[in-house]
Design a protein around this ligand. Structure first.
Ligand SMILES: NC(=O)c1ccc[n+]([C@@H]2O[C@H](COP(=O)([O-])OP(=O)(O)OC[C@H]3O[C@@H](n4cnc5c(N)ncnc54)[C@H](OP(=O)(O)O)[C@@H]3O)[C@@H](O)[C@H]2O)c1
Length: 246
């Protein structure tokens, strides 16, 4: 690795978009990935000495703080944090659903709280580095929610707001705060399959476009159809909601 190599933590780096980012970035940099499933972590890091797995369930706040402490201790050069891990619960809000409390806790803790906890816990370390980045992965759905993923969309909207606050608060520091707002991507994130009528990006396309935009110092990175969402939400919100919910 060159002197300019970074040390990068990617949450959810064992699969999907996180793994595509990890594969690219580990060609030049040291990449730490975390996830729950040891088999996925082992398969992602096998034969790649630049990829170091950490097992962690990020829905647990204590586990987030423990991961941050482990990383501070073992990797004092950490200078990028990519808050990528995410999952969604599907719910019919208008009907009784025995699982709504679990869905609320899961979706908020993983998609919002874990990203904030890792960012806040690692901020002092990141701010010591000559150049540092936090990259939060959200979705076009922060502007136009899908009613069947209500808590996931609310959590990503909260992460969008936190990203703006953190960027503003760090504006005079060496820490850059990015947010990538993604379109539909073909990954295991959709266990029920992708909507038939919609085109989807591949995880590799996302990784390539995202890293190019970060290199160009773009702060809010809208990819694909996600670019339309803030405009639709402002100009034609009813049409926008109909389009994402049909
Ligand atoms: N795919 C899309 O259409 C799409 C669109 C917009 C935004 N996004 C966002 O993009 C990000 C990546 O999504 P993806 O499509 O790559 O999903 P994915 O293929 O399902 O991968 C999710 C990753 O997160 C990890 N993860 C899940 N729950 C976790 C937990 N509780 N603790 C720690 N790690 C956990 C998974 O590993 P384990 O299961 O082993 O824990 C896996 O490595 C997410 O933030 C998602 O919201 C995706």
């Amino acid at each position: 690795m060159s002197i300019s190599a970074h040390t990068i933590l990617i949450t959810g780096g064992s699969e999907g978009i996180g793994l595509a980012l990890a594969k690219r970035l580990s060609q030049q940099h040291q990449v730490l990935i975390c996830g729950r499933d040891p088999a996925k972590l082992a398969s992602a890091s096998q034969g790649n000495p630049n990829l170091i797995p950490y097992r962690c369930d990020l829905r647990d706040p204590e586990a987030c703080l423990h991961l941050a402490a482990q990383i501070k201790q073992a990797h004092p050069n950490l200078n990028w944090l990519i808050n990528n891990a995410g999952a969604k619960s599907l719910l019919k809000l208008a009907q009784p659903d025995a699982n709504w409390q679990q869905a609320l806790a899961d979706d908020l803790s993983l998609n919002f709280q874990a990203a904030v906890m890792l960012s806040q816990a690692l901020l002092p370390l990141l701010q010591q580095q000559a150049q540092a980045r936090i990259i939060n992965i959200t979705s076009g759905l922060v502007h136009l929610p899908r009613a069947e993923q209500p808590f996931y969309c609310a959590a990503k909207a909260a992460l969008h707001s936190y990203s703006q606050s953190l960027r503003w608060a760090c504006r005079d520091s060496r820490l850059r705060v990015h947010e990538a707002l993604l379109p539909l991507v073909r990954t295991g994130f959709h266990p029920q399959g992708l909507p038939q009528h919609q085109s989807a990006w591949s995880a590799e396309q996302v990784a390539s476009a995202l890293l190019k935009a970060v290199e160009a110092e773009q702060e809010e990175i809208y990819l694909g159809k996600a670019k339309l969402t803030p405009w639709l939400a402002n100009l034609w919100p009813q049409l926008g909601l109909r389009l994402v919910n049909h």
